[in-house]
Write a protein that binds this ligand. Structure first.
Ligand SMILES: Cc1cc2nc3c(=O)[nH]c(=O)nc-3n(C[C@H](O)[C@H](O)[C@H](O)COP(=O)(O)O)c2cc1C
Length: 302
């Protein structure tokens, strides 16, 4: 029988998420509150923006896509993320007023890592972090748009944590082993992610989430999930399986391209509205209460 190999982690992730079904619990339920607390601040939604980079200006508009989605995050009172960029671009993102976590690349030039983290703190970033899933590439250490990356040890990560007063976020955690190391080095949050499928056959973040949640029990580490999140149902499943929040990513790009900040704002609100509807329909009044008791797993068919 013909058999197609399925190495694309994006597809494996989508299939896994779609194999999780939701029961209802309507009697005695009320309209849910989707606001949430993160690093001591109140946000109106657990839906976050992704750590994106390299988005230019769409349709001749004045702001880059990076600034436009940051404006949307601000208007939605959602936690904002951004990725690889130079300090002048990060300044523009901070200027939008969005509470932003800057994810710095694991540059081989460690001075650049430290400079970008210090700059972020000096101009009012909400948090800083690093995407550790961009260390390796097919020829050894990765090269991203001409810039070389390098290994990151626990000691290096710990030194970033102690160099700042800001919460430190490790992005690209996909195992209990790395999650525990993040807790040990003093990270305040992890993003469970395979960085849109960089690793062939990467486990779906939601599949590994319950184990990570259990391993981090009692430790002061928030859990965010990304990869393939495009609806309130996806965010609900992430919360139910152990996340505190979820970031939309490429799913917001059509709205961003077409309608800029307003489009992304509408998109984030619609994802939140669907989340509220599902939480209400499953009897969870608050984000922190959502658990996996009403999830049913279809047989995962490859
Ligand atoms: C255009 C683009 C740029 C990105 N740049 C970065 C980056 O600089 N740093 C980073 O940590 N992740 C970056 N990512 C990865 C996203 O933050 C996210 O992990 C990934 O897209 C998975 O989520 P998705 O499936 O919802 O898109 C980028 C993704 C895209 C599509």
């Amino acid at each position: 029988m013909a058999y197609t190999r399925l190495s694309d982690a994006n597809e494996i992730t989508a299939r896994y998420m779609d194999s999780i079904l939701i029961q209802e619990r309507l009697i005695d339920s009320v309209t849910a509150d989707i606001s949430t607390e993160f690093f001591g601040e109140r946000f109106d939604t657990p839906v976050m923006t992704p750590a994106f980079s390299h988005l230019g200006k769409y349709n001749g508009r004045e702001l880059t896509g990076l600034e436009e989605y940051s404006v949307a995050a601000k208007n939605c009172n959602a936690l904002n993320f951004c990725g690889m960029m130079e300090n002048d671009m990060f300044q523009k993102i901070v200027d939008t007023g969005a509470k932003t976590v800057r994810i710095v690349k694991p540059y081989a030039d460690n001075g650049k890592v430290r400079d970008q983290m210090q700059f972020a703190e000096s101009v009012g970033a909400f948090g800083i972090g690093m995407d550790i899933d961009h260390i390796f590439g097919e020829n050894g250490y990765d090269v991203v748009i001409g810039e070389e990356m390098t290994y990151q040890t626990s000691e290096m990560l710990h030194s970033y944590v102690t160099s700042t007063k800001l919460p430190f976020v490790v992005k690209g955690v996909l195992s209990v082993s790395d999650a525990l190391k993040c807790a040990d080095i003093g990270a305040k949050a992890i993003i469970v992610s395979h960085h849109h499928g960089r690793l062939p056959y990467a486990v779906p973040p939601m599949m590994v989430l319950p184990d990570i949640k259990a391993a981090l029990q009692g430790k002061d580490v928030k859990i965010i999930v990304d990869c393939g999140i495009s609806s309130g149902a996806d965010v609900y499943k992430a919360l139910a399986l152990g996340a505190d929040a979820a970031a939309v990513g490429r799913s917001m790009l059509p709205a961003l391209e077409k309608d800029g900040a307003l489009g992304v704002e509408k998109f984030i609100r619609s994802v939140g509205n669907e989340l509220r509807f599902i939480m209400s329909s499953t009897g969870f009044a608050k984000v922190s209460e959502v658990d996996a008791s009403l999830l049913v797993l279809l047989r995962y068919k490859i």
